[in-house]
Design a protein around this ligand. Sequence first.
Ligand SMILES: NC(=O)c1ccc[n+]([C@@H]2O[C@H](COP(=O)([O-])OP(=O)(O)OC[C@H]3O[C@@H](n4cnc5c(N)ncnc54)[C@H](OP(=O)(O)O)[C@@H]3O)[C@@H](O)[C@H]2O)c1
Length: 287
Amino acid sequence: MNTILVTCATSTIGNRVVNNLRNAHVHVKAGVRNRAGARNMSGDNIDVVELDFEKPATYLAALEGVEKVLLILPVIPNQVEITDAFTKAAKEKGVKKIVLLSGLGADIKSTSDILRWHGEKEKVVRKSGISYTILRPGNFMQNYIKGCYSKMCGNGKLTLPQGDAKINQVDANDIAQAAANVLTNFGHKDRIYNLTGYSYTNMEIVDLISNITGKKIEYEDISEETARTKMKQCNIGDWMIEAMLGLQRACKEGLMEAYSMDLKNLTGKGPTTFAEFAIRHKTIFSS
Ligand SMILES: NC(=O)c1ccc[n+]([C@@H]2O[C@H](COP(=O)([O-])OP(=O)(O)OC[C@H]3O[C@@H](n4cnc5c(N)ncnc54)[C@H](OP(=O)(O)O)[C@@H]3O)[C@@H](O)[C@H]2O)c1
């Protein structure tokens, strides 16, 4: 049986890829830290397995019988060390292919912790001795409707420290489709793909949302200090706040503006526009 392990299976991308693979009748191991979050993952071809990256004792059982892995790491400071330990376990278990979810702008020399971690994880996977494909998605559109990021969208205002930079926005559904295709089709050996949508300034995004909902939203470019205070109010830990601010700085410097044909080549269709995304989520944006 050709089994695919999806790590962080409850994450924005993991969850969608598990669904896509289920629909393609592929046998999937959904690696989760907490089974409670995996209640919607049922089906004859899905096994939910414990995989907590902070518990190396869970690695080998999760990797048992696995041919390919979609490796998604949580945003935690030791993710590079975890990638190293996990890929070694994958090699030991005879895994044939790793598809790594990295990020646009991944760079071992980046001043942004998150982009540097992506670059270092890529390096670990490239040197693992296992065939790989690296996926570098832009900013998930879903960030605008989820978690603390979305709270910064509240009260008729989007407040982010991103200046007037254009930032690449990609729909998680498109990323998941591309990832599922890479996992189930031949080829893609040792390739790096930039999974991009179109790039927008936050001013353009609030105008699109305002036009679709009929409710005026404004964008306010805030200082890092104000963003830090707002994130603290969301109970985010200090290291995560600094990592997020580093990423926002990279966005403001224009490092997240890019366009590539990779997504279209992998999915056979052009990327979802932010307008299409906002129409799909009109109820959330209107509330
Ligand atoms: N968000 C973006 O715009 C974006 C853009 C490019 C790349 N990325 C990358 O995509 C990856 C996932 O980010 P995301 O924003 O999609 O995350 P997310 O949706 O917030 O999900 C985080 C996931 O990490 C899991 N997790 C946390 N700690 C874990 C542990 N110790 N062991 C196993 N699983 C653990 C969570 O599981 P529980 O359900 O148990 O909490 C959850 O499934 C990151 O590497 C990020 O850098 C994100």
